[in-house]
Design a protein around this ligand. Structure first.
Ligand SMILES: Cc1cc2nc3c(=O)[nH]c(=O)nc-3n(C[C@H](O)[C@H](O)[C@H](O)COP(=O)(O)O)c2cc1C
Length: 317
C-alpha cells in the first residue's frame, strides 16, 4: 500500500488507541506485521504547553519507522504549532488529525468528532497544517447517518491537502455500540483520489478479507482486536494470503506476548504498574477461564503477582 511518500509492506494498520498504543505495544504489533502504527491521540494544547507526560505519548524509536502521531484539538494555529514541535522531536512519517473521538470529555472541548459539525473548520485545520509543516497530514473520521454529509467531509479533507483518510463506520452517537458500516468507506473510496483506510469491527481474517473486497479500500485499520492480541496482524495477513486460518496455541502466544510487552516497556523506560495491570487483563482475552484469571489479576497487588497469574493462565480450565 502507498500512503504519502511511503510504500508500506502490507495494508494492515494499527489504530490509535488511548492508553493502549504506547511504544511497547506498537513495537509488538509491528513485529507481527502491522505496516503502520499510530500513537494514541495527543492533545495539541498540551504539546504547546510542553507537557512532559503528553510529549511522552509521542515517544518512538528508529526501529518503529514509519509511524504516525495523532493529535487532537480545534484551533488550526495551535494544532499547527503542536505539529511543528512533534515533527521536530519525533520525526513521524505522518501526522493524523483525530476527527472521530466521541468521548464526552473530548467532544465537550469541541475536539474529536465535534469537528465534523463544521466542514469549514475541518478545511482550515487540514490546510493550515499542510501549508505549514513538512510532514504529510491525514485525518481519521467517524460518519454521519447521512451519506452525503459524510462525503462532503471526506471531500473537504482531500481538497485541503490530506494525504489519506481513515473512516470508522460508526456515528459519534453510536460510540462503540452496534456495528460499523462499510458503506461509507466504500463510497468515499469511489470518490476520492487519496488512499482510504477502512476501520471498524475488523477482527479476523474473514472480516478483513470481506472489508477489503467490499470497500476496495487501500488499507484496513485494526483497533480493539489487537488489544491483548497483537499477533492478530500475523493471523490476518496469513488468512489474506492463504485463505485459511493460521492455527496457533492462543494462550501460550498471549503469555509470551505479554512477557515481551513487559521487556519492551522496561527497554523504553515507560514501565507503570497501572498500565501493566490493565494490559495483563487484556492479554487474557479469549483464554479458557479468563473471567477467573481476571479476578485473580484484580487481587494482584504487585508486579510479581501479576506475572505469576499470567504465567499460570494456560493451566486454568
Ligand atoms: C481503548 C480505545 C482507545 C481509543 N483511542 C483512540 C484515539 O486515541 N484516537 C482515535 O482516533 N481513535 C481511538 N479509538 C478508536 C479506534 O482507533 C478505532 O477507530 C475503533 O476502535 C474502531 O475500530 P475497531 O473496531 O477495530 O476497534 C480508541 C478505541 C479504543 C477501544
Amino acid at each position: 500500500m502507498k500512503i504519502a511518500n511511503l510504500t508500506l509492506p502490507n495494508n494492515l494498520l494499527l489504530a490509535p488507541m488511548a492508553n493502549i498504543t504506547n511504544l511497547a505495544f506498537r513495537m509488538l504489533c509491528k513485529k507481527y506485521g502491522a505496516a503502520l502504527t499510530y500513537s494514541e491521540m495527543i492533545s495539541a494544547n498540551a504539546v504547546v504547553r510542553q507537557g512532559e507526560k503528553t510529549m511522552q505519548r509521542g515517544l518512538t524509536c528508529e526501529d518503529e519507522q514509519p509511524f504516525c502521531i495523532q493529535i487532537f484539538g480545534n484551533s488550526p494555529d495551535t494544532m499547527t504549532e503542536a505539529a511543528l514541535i512533534l515533527e521536530e522531536v519525533y520525526r513521524p512519517a505522518i501526522i493524523d488529525i483525530n476527527m472521530g473521538c466521541p468521548a464526552p470529555l473530548i467532544v465537550k472541548q469541541d475536539c474529536g468528532s465535534a469537528l465534523l459539525r463544521s466542514p469549514s473548520l475541518v478545511h482550515d485545520i487540514v490546510s493550515n497544517l499542510t501549508d505549514n509543516i513538512s510532514t504529510p497530514v491525514s485525518a481519521k473520521i467517524r460518519v454521519f447517518d447521512d451519506m452525503e454529509k459524510t462525503l462532503e467531509i471526506a471531500r473537504t479533507i482531500e481538497s485541503a491537502g490530506a494525504c489519506a483518510i481513515t473512516v470508522h463506520g460508526r456515528t459519534k452517537e453510536q460510540m462503540y455500540s452496534g456495528t460499523s458500516s462499510l458503506e461509507y468507506a466504500k463510497a468515499i473510496k469511489k470518490e476520492l483520489f487519496i488512499p482510504v483506510i477502512a476501520n471498524g469491527d475488523i477482527k479476523d481474517g474473514e472480516s478483513a478479507k470481506h472489508a477489503l473486497e467490499y470497500t476496495e479500500c487501500d488499507g484496513l485499520m485494526i483497533g480493539r482486536a489487537a488489544i491483548g492480541h497483537p499477533s492478530i496482524f500475523r493471523q490476518i495477513s496469513y488468512y489474506l494470503e492463504n485463505e485459511e486460518t493460521l492455527e496457533t496455541d492462543n494462550c501460550t502466544q498471549q503469555v509470551n506476548d505479554f512477557m515481551e510487552y513487559i521487556e519492551l516497556v522496561k527497554k523504553y523506560d515507560i514501565f507503570s504498574l497501572g498500565d501493566i495491570k490493565a494490559q495483563s487483563k487484556a492479554f487474557t482475552k479469549g483464554v479458557a477461564g479468563s473471567r477467573h484469571i481476571r479476578e485473580k489479576l484484580n487481587d494482584a497487588k504487585t508486579f510479581c503477582s501479576i506475572i505469576d497469574v499470567i504465567n499460570g493462565m494456560c493451566d486454568e480450565t
